[in-house]
Design a protein around this ligand. Sequence first.
Ligand SMILES: O=C(O)CCC(=O)C(=O)O
Length: 234
Amino acid sequence: MEKPCTEGRHEDGDEEEEFPHPIPWQKIEAQELDCDYGLLFSKEEASRLFMQLEEEVEYFTGEEAKLKVYGKMYSVPRKQATYGEEGLLYSFSGVHLAARLWTPTLQYIRDAVTNATGYTFNFVLINRYKDGQDHIGEHRDDERELDPSCPIAAVSLGAVRDLVFRHRDARKEPRKHHIEPVKLELAHGSLLLMNSPTNTYWYHSLPVRKRVKTPRISLTFRRIIKGRQKRKKE
Ligand SMILES: O=C(O)CCC(=O)C(=O)O
């Protein structure tokens, strides 16, 4: 796996490796798309972490569980929560979500991702899909407060769902040239790294899948640059 930057990376000291098994990474590449995929947790451990998160995570309700589409507010078709370092705020689709402080399970998963990749993260967005009806629409994670030198690291727990990438030029009419979408099946306990410049050129979505009857939790770990955050309006 290539590591495009050193900024924000965890330097190995003398400390003992807590996660000694290197992940066999699979490289996923297409025009301007660069991802690494692998299994981070065994099935048993992934199931234990899923149960712990079900106990620990507090999801947004009310206005914070909505997003803005073309000026109108809609309820999100899933549950969302944000955790991380004190004072961090992540803004997208007209909402400003303040991070709650890391829980022990989130710290454990974050450290597993750091040990497997060398990157450090100060924020996580959690999406919980109760079944295949819950979904996320096409979007890019390209907000200016995200550190572009750090990949977005997506951990999947629970039901297997497919993530679909579509190149921005394939969304426009007239289509200049045909660019195939890229579909990835995200397994229970898996880790997907979306490396730069993937989120500049490719949109991703988690489509509705009616046959899926069980829940899934996705954790997307990010590095937010503190000085670049938008202010939350009162
Ligand atoms: O559920 C997923 O894996 C996708 C989540 C996602 O697109 C995001 O957090 O930006």
